[in-house]
Structures are given as structure tokens and as C-alpha cells.
Design a binder for this molecule. Structure first.
Ligand code: KG4
Ligand code: ZN
Length: 339
């Protein structure tokens, strides 16, 4: 089954084709237009600017992937959560194609997409029950899945998301938006135990996360130690110590969730899953408990349309289609428990 995916929830316009056969997903092609160069001027995503850029890119990208003589079996589109001005560009485009062609339409939650990035080009897909740690710019969540498309949110952040914390501290350090990848790169030259930073709620005994206290502590440390800003070795030690505080928190909470829920597989997803320290440290902690570990290919860690098309495949196998005229962008769509 061939699925066309459309993703416009934030600052990337992405269109992809995947093929799904017997629950194995093969990527065919992904085309995308990144807006990072536009938004870095403002230090973050400006919704109206993002919407205009999506409208400029989406048709040329579609023309590269959509062949009317060989149409896809279904169209999957991200309809939430995200910036409403961005989401509506993808949603209305998908609705229009589906209405004019009668190709079935599937509504996908962006977070489901990050979870399903672990199935792309993976010939040994995750076995259920699956525990997913999803860490992106807007979310930090632990989700338990007993089967496909069944989600139980068991942990979340009470304030900032991990990616947001990376980006805000990156801005203080003078890195261009988004700061996460820059901190991660700078951290590779540094010592992760050089500077003591807090790990809020690490011992709270539950599965909740908190990152705003770490952001404040990092800001205060930089104000008191301005050499972090202009000495490369100090900057690298700071980045490594800051990154380690986030990784420790994410790993500790995931290990606690393993003890409580005994999953067969732990999967990772979201933009922060590109972070090499998080990938390697989580992998070794999880595998120590004889639980399998899967992380997405690096190409599918940040926002992409192949992951949306992949969810589309699994929804299509369960005939979870949406009538085009009933679909609306839903910027605050929470992944709810479903049977
Ligand atoms: O999933 P994503 O592309 O967009 C959202 O759905 O939010 O995630 C973007 C986030 C940003 O906060 C970015 O700084 C972070 O992922 N990120 C990283 C790395 N690569 C991307 N954070 C830490 N280390 C990285 N290597
Ligand atoms: Zn995302």
C-alpha cells in the first residue's frame, strides 16, 4: 500500500511517499523545505511567516512526489498538534486533493508520527508492549502502547519540553535557532561532570518531567560565569554538563517506567532523539534490563513526512479514514487513550 504523507505542523514543509506491506514500512522518497534560515533571524518560529513559507513551498514539493497517473492509496496529513497557521496549509491541501481525487484521507497526530518514525525502514519493528519516550521542541512524554495506535500517556513535562530547554539555553549561549543541535555538537568537546547543574524532579518518584528550573539555573550560571560565552573550552564543558543534566533526567524516568510497566521494547522519538549522548546512554541503560531498544534513523528524528505517512499506513489497515469536509486543523490535539 502506497501512502502520501504531508507535514506542515511547524517550520518544515515536508511531503513523502512510503510503501507498507504486512506492517513493514519502506521509504520511497521525501522532499522538504526547511524554514530554519528564515526563523533564525527572529530567534524562533514566527507563525505568520511560517504559514506564508508553507504556502510557497507546498505545491512545488507536491509536484515532485504526486503523480496523478500513479496515485497513492491514501493521503495522510498532520492535523495537530502544532501552529494552527502552519497546520491549515497542509490540512487544506490534503483535503482538496482527497476531495478532487476520491483518494482516502487520514488524519494524523504529529506525536503519533514521532512514535512511528521507529517503523520506517526497520525490518525488525518494535514488539509490543512498547514504551515510547518522545522528546521534541514542544513535548516530553512517556507513552505506553499495548498495540498499534493505542496510546496511554504515563508521563509528561509539567513545564518546558526538553527541546525547548535546549533551544532557550542555546539562545543565551548565542547559538542560532534551533540551539539543540549546536549545544549537542559543542558538548562533544566538553566534560559532562565539569559543572554541577540541577536535575529537577529526578527523584520525584513519578514519571513527570520538569525542565524550567534547569533553564533558570543554566541562565544564572552563565550570568555569574561569563567566560562560558567567550572561552571555547568553558563553553564546551558547560554544554556537556547541561546536556548531561537533561540526559540523566530522561534516562532515569524511562528506567522508572520500565520497572513499572515491563515493556518489551523502548523506543525513542522527536527532534531531541538526534542527540548522540541521549541515544547511547538510553540504549545501554535499557539494554541492561534485557529490554529491546529502538531509535529512529537520524533522517527521521526531526519533523518529516515519512513518519506521518507511516502512521497513515497503520490507520489505513484499520480503515481509519476521515471525510475531507469534516477535517480541521486541531492545534492542541492531545494523543488520547484509544482502543
Ligand atoms: O520534533 P522536532 O523536529 O519538532 C517538534 O515537533 O518540536 O524537534 C525539534 C527540537 C528542537 O528543540 C531542537 O533543538 C531539538 O529538537 N534537537 C536537538 C538535537 N537535534 C534537534 N536537541 C538536542 N540535541 C540534538 N542533536
Ligand atoms: Zn516534531
Amino acid at each position: 500500500m502506497k501512502i502520501l504523507g504531508i507535514e506542515t505542523s511547524c517550520d518544515d514543509t515536508a511531503i513523502a511517499l512510503i510503501n507498507g506491506e504486512e506492517n513493514i514500512i519502506t521509504s520511497i522518497k521525501e522532499v522538504a523545505s526547511s524554514q530554519i534560515d528564515i526563523h533564525k533571524i527572529y530567534g524562533g518560529v514566527v507563525p505568520e511567516v511560517a504559514a506564508r513559507a508553507h504556502t510557497e513551498s507546498i505545491i512545488p514539493l507536491l509536484q515532485e512526489l504526486y503523480d496523478p497517473t500513479n496515485p497513492p492509496d491514501a493521503i495522510a496529513v498532520t492535523s495537530g498538534p502544532g501552529l494552527v497557521t502552519s497546520l491549515i496549509v497542509g490540512v487544506e491541501t490534503a483535503k482538496t486533493i482527497a476531495t478532487l481525487t476520491n483518494i482516502p484521507l487520514i488524519s494524523v497526530n504529529h506525536m503519533e508520527g514521532h512514535i512511528y518514525s521507529n517503523w520506517i525502514d526497520n525490518t525488525t519493528p518494535p514488539e509490543f508492549p512498547v514504551l515510547a519516550l518522545i522528546v521534541s521542541g514542544g513535548h516530553t512524554e512517556l507513552i505506553l502502547m499495548t498495540d498499534h495506535l493505542t496510546y496511554h500517556k504515563i508521563g509528561w513535562t509539567v513545564d518546558d519540553a526538553a527541546g525547548e530547554c535546549f533551544d532557550k539555553v542555546g539562545k543565551i549561549l548565542g547559538f542560532e535557532y534551533p540551539g539543540g543541535p549546536k549545544i549537542s555538537q559543542c558538548a562533544q568537546e566538553g566534560n559532562p561532570i565539569a559543572i554541577s547543574l540541577p536535575r529537577p524532579m529526578i527523584n520525584s518518584g513519578d514519571l513527570q518531567f520538569s525542565f524550567s528550573g534547569l533553564k533558570t539555573a543554566a541562565k544564572l550560571y552563565i550570568e555569574k560565569n561569563p567566560k562560558v560565552l567567550n572561552n571555547e573550552a568553558n563553553k564546551a564543558d558547560f554544554c556537556a554538563s547541561f546536556e548531561q543534566a537533561i540526559v540523566d533526567t530522561l534516562v532515569t524516568k524511562t528506567m522508572h517506567a520500565i520497572q513499572l510497566h515491563a515493556p518489551k521494547t523502548v523506543i525513542l522519538g522527536g527532534g531531541v532523539s538526534a542527540n548522540p549522548s541521549l541515544r547511547t546512554q538510553l540504549q545501554s541503560a535499557v539494554e541492561n534490563t534485557d529490554t529491546a531498544f529502538v531509535a529512529p534513523n537520524l533522517a527521521y528524528t526531526t519533523d518529516n513526512a515519512s513518519m506521518i505517512a507511516t502512521v497513515g499506513y497503520f490507520k489505513a489497515t484499520q480503515k481509519k479514514f476521515t471525510k475531507p469536509h469534516t477535517l480541521n486543523a486541531n492545534p492542541a490535539w492531545e494523543l488520547k487513550e484509544k482502543k
